[in-house]
Design a protein around this ligand. Structure first.
Ligand code: FES
Length: 61
């Protein structure tokens, strides 16, 4: 699904970056090409990235 409508970023892209070690949503957005515009998506993007990191750490245990 699309998380950021301004930039067309998807949840799968954010999860992949989080699993690669990117922890900051701003860093993730820059890695995808552009920083946030309106900022409406940032809370949702943070939640998705946190969940992806948490799932990774559980899988590593
Ligand atoms: S929806 Fe992501 S910056 Fe606007």
């Amino acid at each position: 699904m699309y998380v950021c409508l301004c930039n067309g970023y998807r949840d799968s892209e954010l999860r992949e970056l989080a699993q690669q070690g990117v922890s900051c949503v701003y860093e993730a957005y820059e890695a995808l090409g552009n920083g946030p515009c309106c900022g409406t998506c940032l809370d949702c993007a943070r939640d998705i990235m946190s969940e992806a990191r948490a799932a990774l750490s559980v899988a590593a245990e």
